[in-house]
Ligand binder design. Structure first.
Ligand code: AHR
Length: 524
């Protein structure tokens, strides 16, 4: 766990004033009880992963922009890399998404001038194939992240998947690994994480099929792929979203068929606020927790049915806020048109924070999570020809990725609650916490869902003693719709937050509509 490096660009009322007030305060609004002996699982760094699909301007004009003065010799946008680097993404999933289900990876290798232009079935655009597997692996290396490769199980088959694995991971000496070497990459890439298709339960997906058919495709692919490289881990397609009529029955069927060969089942979720109801929207953390509870129960059920000891985990390999722009290209068959370029605001950032808190709270089963996506399309980073913009949702990812680590702590929270839609009791506070392996530092993540009132919390850590506060970062504002724009890039950025120690109790103020991240040093 590193100390937060975000520089406050604005400052809330000085922390000392809050501490002085604290001496006279009567009661706090919330009690948070953590205990170093009550843990919720190891936090896997791969919950801080991303997703880069061939869609809109993710690849072309996003991470790859040859000829642009801001790009390096390989054509990678340096400003995008520089903005993504502090997020320390552990892996990036590629090349889709819906795109992958009719993609032939062979189109994207070899001399660029010989690569074929193809129509992309999913997004109705032109795919020039100037960027393919080799470019992606090189880009991952430039970013300092691991590739997570998804194979086409829509129109592709087990053999196509196994040949891609052969191209990527086998030492030179076979047909496809020799092609890799001939393309300038003699050493195997050693890609560890592989996705077995994408959202195959969805009728929109190329090659969509019943669960039993997908399960066979996935089984055969995993068998061939692991036969070639037993060190890989594979992700089975779970349901696209809880609203699917086959939610959980699809997952049960595919898990039962493929149990012995797979390591993860995927979950996807995009949060929406169509009624522009901030209070209801901010209850999303509850929805994510419920989904993960469903997966925990299902995995346990299948495990018991199989009388198996083998663990299977969740790869939440697409998640974000997305509801404003859901269309495919207006003009079909154009190249890299701007698509799904959501502009994010403060309330979206607070929902993104809740996803990350939920992944931490459920660290025992969530081992991988990929924010969708990394640049331009529903992304924390936007580009234009001459620069990049960090959207509001960039900051919760940054704060969590830098502060979370080690082991998740169970959080016992007493606070007021409110009614949001059909949810009667949504706690105003969403809380997650982690402690380092050495038990010398803890990080606490608080989202205040209240749109009007601050919450002052008393936080106790059982089994340990807080020595000092290392840092308090806050992302907040009066207007849930405030957004970073090219004209006003600093509208939603972190500032220094307010916390003090009162004897052994950590007192933290979370203003209305805020994320507060507190890091403390613990007595060894
Ligand atoms: O991320 C955008 C799209 O959302 C992906 O292509 C698909 O997998 C999901 O439905």
């Amino acid at each position: 766990m590193s100390e937060l490096i975000v520089q406050p660009t604005t400052s809330a009322a000085p922390a000392q004033d809050f501490a002085r007030e604290g001496n006279h305060r009567k009661r706090s609004d919330a009690m948070v009880h953590l205990d170093l002996r009550r843990t919720a699982g190891k936090v896997d760094r791969r919950i801080f992963s991303g997703f880069a699909e061939h869609i809109g301007r993710v690849v072309y004009g996003g991470l790859f922009d040859p000829g642009n003065a801001l790009s390096d010799a390989a054509g990678f946008r340096k400003d995008v890399l520089d903005l993504l680097k502090p997020l320390h993404m552990a892996a990036v999933r590629y090349p889709g998404g819906n795109f992958v289900s009719n993609y032939d990876w062979r189109d994207g290798i070899g001399p660029r001038e010989q690569r074929r232009v193809r129509p992309d079935f999913a997004w109705k655009t032109l795919e020039s194939n100037r960027f393919g597997v080799d470019e992606f692996v090189a880009w991952c290396r430039a970013l300092g992240t691991d590739p997570m490769m998804v194979v086409n199980l829509g129109t592709g088959n087990a053999r196509d998947a196994a040949e891609l694995l052969e191209y990527c991971n086998l030492p030179a000496g076979t047909y496809w690994s020799d092609q890799r070497a001939a393309n300038g990459h003699p050493e195997p890439y050693g890609i560890r994480l592989w996705g077995l298709g994408n959202e195959m339960d969805g009728p929109w997906q190329a090659g969509h099929c019943p669960a039993s058919v997908y399960a066979r495709r996935a089984y055969e692919s995993a068998q061939l792929m692991k036969g070639l490289d037993p060190s890989i881990e594979v992700v089975l397609c779970g349901s696209t979203v809880p609203a699917m009529s086959t939610y959980m029955t699809w997952d049960q069927a595919v898990l039962e068929e493929c149990w012995s060969l797979v390591d993860y089942v995927s979950a996807h979720h995009y949060s929406k606020n169509p009624m522009r109801d901030t209070r209801q929207f901010l209850a999303e953390g509850v929805v994510i927790d419920e989904m993960l509870e469903d997966y925990r129960a299902l995995i346990r059920f299948v495990q018991a049915k199989k009388k198996s000891k083998k663990p299977i985990y969740v790869a939440f390999d697409e998640w974000n806020v997305w509801y404003r722009d859901e269309k495919s290209a207006e003009q079909w068959w154009s190249e890299a048109p701007p698509l799904l370029e959501e502009q994010y605001n403060l309330e979206d950032a607070l929902v993104v924070a809740q996803y990350l808190s939920s992944f931490i709270r459920n660290a025992d089963i969530v081992k991988i999570a990929c924010i969708a996506q990394v640049v331009n399309v529903i992304a924390p980073v936007l580009t234009r020809k001459n620069g990049v913009l960090a959207q509001s949702i960039y900051y919760p990812f940054l704060l969590y990725s830098q502060a979370a680590g080690g082991t998740a702590l169970s959080c016992h929270v007493r606070c007021r609650s409110y009614k949001a839609g059909n949810k009667e009791h949504v706690p105003v506070l969403d809380v997650a916490a982690t402690v380092t392996d050495a038990c010398d530092q803890a990080s606490i993540f608080l989202v205040n869902r209240d749109t009007e009132r601050a919450v002052i919390s008393d936080i106790e850590i059982g089994g340990g003693k807080i020595k000092r506060i290392l840092g308090v970062q806050e992302l907040s504002g009066d207007d849930p719709h405030a957004a970073n724009t090219w004209e006003s890039p600093g509208a939603v950025v972190p500032c220094e937050g307010k916390a003090f120690l009162s004897k052994e109790v950590l007192v933290v103020e979370a203003p209305a509509l805020s994320l507060v991240v507190v890091q403390v040093e613990l007595e060894a």
